[in-house]
Design a protein around this ligand. Structure first.
Ligand code: LER
Ligand code: MN
Length: 275
């Protein structure tokens, strides 16, 4: 099997009720299979910094010729109330401190980036109150971005669809948020599953991001392996090429029909489109 350059799969070291993660609770199996199929990257969805042992993981990664493309952080908001958009000052502080610990973990396992997606949580309130909560969220992310910049870790902001989140749903809103944060190194992560719900023109949204796009999640409209549904990935790949995108392309998909078949379908998709 040849190396699937730039391609990766999203895994979770612990079992998780958050669905689109392969081999959740069996990291070793996930790493073995990712390596067997030739993926360059794994992304790890981390609920707590205790989820992995950095030195053991570094050994495994080296043996299996894998790199960690990013640490995803949403589980901490979903399950532990550590949410960046919280209206409660102390809860926001806890989320920021948690993200700083995750940043140090990223550094220890040579992960290039940390994702702020689901960890934003919901913005509460109407009008002025909501605007204040948004501004507090911007401040919290700016503090994380400064810290990550100092540590040499890329911060990625992921727009997420309306059924899971109520702020930063589209690429355009993501770009506005980046300009509110005002730190040039922060980039966007776009997820084809969310884009299929929120964008009126996915290809134009990718083009509008240009070099502010730092990472892409690949999943089909069903959130199954890319290539198994209705999304036109050939046009997406062509558009990514046209904006000179060379970053990670990570399948964040449901383990359907099962983990092994889902990772195999993903590898077959990349074999086909890279042929
Ligand atoms: C995370 O990458 C994601 O895509 C979201 O669905 C998280 O809630
Ligand atoms: Mn995603």
């Amino acid at each position: 099997m040849r190396k699937l350059n730039h391609a990766g799969v999203a895994l979770s070291p612990r079992p998780s009720k958050f669905g689109p993660l392969l081999f959740a609770g069996d990291l070793n199996e996930g790493l073995n299979r990712a390596s067997q199929y030739g993926f360059e990257f794994v992304e790890l969805s981390i609920r707590s910094t205790d989820d992995v042992n950095p030195s053991d993981l570094n050994d495994r990664l080296e043996k299996l010729d894998l790199k960690v493309s990013a640490l995803a952080t949403g589980q901490a908001c979903l399950f532990d109330c550590l949410c960046v958009g919280s209206s409660d000052h102390q809860k926001r502080r806890n989320a920021v401190e948690h993200l700083k610990r995750i940043t140090l973990l990223a550094k220890a396992i040579h992960s290039a980036s940390v994702i702020i997606g689901g960890i934003r949580g919901f913005l509460s309130g109407e009008a002025e109150e909501r605007l204040q909560n948004y501004k507090n969220g911007v401040e919290a992310v700016r503090e994380c971005a400064f810290f990550m910049e100092e540590q040499g870790i890329q911060l990625l902001i992921e727009p997420i669809n309306r059924y899971e989140m109520n702020w930063i749903l589209t690429a355009q809103q993501g770009l506005e948020f980046l300009s509110d944060v005002g730190i040039g190194s922060v980039k966007l992560l776009l997820d084809t599953f969310h884009m299929n719900i929120e964008e009126s023109d996915t290809l134009a949204a990718l083009r509008d991001c240009g070099d502010r796009l730092g990472y892409v999640h690949f999943a089909d409209n069903t959130r199954h392996a890319p290539g198994t549904g209705q999304i036109d990935f050939i046009s997406i790949l062509r558009t990514l090429k046209s904006i000179s995108y060379t970053g990670p392309m990570v399948a964040e998909i449901l383990p359907i029909p099962d983990d092994l078949t889902a990772i195999r379908y993903t590898a077959e998709f990349w074999e086909k489109v890279q042929a």
